[in-house]
Design a protein around this ligand. Structure first.
Ligand code: ZN
Length: 188
């Protein structure tokens, strides 16, 4: 039964507040463009250019609110185009993260914080319990129609502020022939 929401996550940046000030200047606000599915998270109106050794990706969206660590999440294709080789990590882990330069209206900042996010399932504690899933466990979900694909190694991330959704990146969505958000089937 296809009943798990699947959302496609495009490249984005999380910023710690001090880095935001360096890039945008003082007295600027991380203003909301629109709320996204995970409670409290929003796409901000602010964007930055990401500069790699090979090219620049312009206007990469910042996702708020501020975090403890600055982090760039991109796909494997984007990493190759930029000319960097980031590790696959769950969000928040930055071990051996790749280096890029962020460019904003007030300045540039070299960061060692580019990762390719591991595909993951967000859900609330209670829902995890109901579905018999544990935080950190890996599951499989079948997604798509004409290019139907089963994704394995989807990391379960349960918590107070998580809402049920599988997050895959744009490379993965393309591989499964998915153009917008959809539903998948959980295969434990
Ligand atoms: Zn996510």
């Amino acid at each position: 039964m296809a009943n798990i929401p699947v959302e496609i996550t495009a490249r984005h940046i999380h910023l710690k507040q001090s880095d935001f000030v360096k890039l945008f200047g003082k007295n600027r606000q991380l203003t909301v463009l629109k709320n996204i599915s995970q409670p409290g998270q929003f796409a901000s109106q602010k964007v930055l250019d990401v500069i790699g050794p090979n090219l620049t990706i312009k206007n990469v969206r910042i996702v708020g609110p501020f975090r403890e660590k600055t982090q760039l999440e991109i796909t494997a294709t984007e990493a190759r185009n930029l000319g960097i080789n980031p590790p696959y990590h769950v969000s928040g882990q930055l071990k051996n993260a790749a280096e890029v330069v962020l460019k904003g209206p007030a300045g540039k900042l070299k960061i060692k914080a580019a990762i390719i996010p591991l595909r993951h399932l967000h859900l609330h504690f209670n829902e995890a319990k109901r579905m018999g899933l544990k935080n950190g466990q890996k599951i499989s979900v079948m997604i798509g129609q004409k290019r139907k694909l089963t994704f394995h190694e989807i990391v379960v991330r349960s918590g107070e502020n998580h809402k049920l959704a599988v997050h895959i990146d744009t490379d993965e969505a393309n591989a499964a022939g998915l153009k917008s958000c959809s539903y998948g089937e959980l295969i434990k």
